[in-house]
Design a protein around this ligand. Structure first.
Ligand SMILES: [Zn+2]
Length: 91
C-alpha cells in the first residue's frame, strides 16, 4: 500500500515537472528578454537577414537597422551616427 502511494506521488511529481517544462517552452517567445547593451551581434537569436554596416563593419539586422538608398542600392547602419558618416563620405 505504501509503495502504491509512493508511486502515485512520484508520478504526480513527474507530471508537475512536465507541466513546468511545457509552460516555460510556451512562455519563452511571448516574454522578450530585456537587452540593455544591444551591442553584441547575436546572429543566432536574430531571425531577420543580416547586412554589413559599411561604416563600422558591424552586422546589423535588416528589420531593425537604419536604411539608406544610394544609386539603387540599399545600405544598412547600426546607428544614426554611422548613417550620417556614410552620407558625408559619399557624394
Ligand atoms: Zn555602424
Amino acid at each position: 500500500m505504501i509503495q502504491f502511494l509512493l508511486r502515485i506521488i512520484f508520478y504526480v511529481f513527474l507530471l508537475f515537472l512536465l507541466l513546468r517544462v511545457i509552460r516555460s517552452l510556451f512562455s519563452r517567445p511571448s516574454k522578450p528578454r530585456p537587452n540593455p547593451s544591444g551591442s553584441s551581434p547575436d546572429s543566432s537569436a536574430v531571425t531577420g537577414r543580416m547586412e554589413k554596416d559599411p561604416v563600422c563593419g558591424m552586422y546589423v539586422d535588416v528589420s531593425t537597422a537604419l536604411r539608406e538608398e544610394r544609386s539603387g542600392k540599399s545600405f544598412f547602419f547600426c546607428s544614426e551616427e554611422c548613417r550620417r558618416r556614410f552620407l558625408k563620405s559619399s557624394p
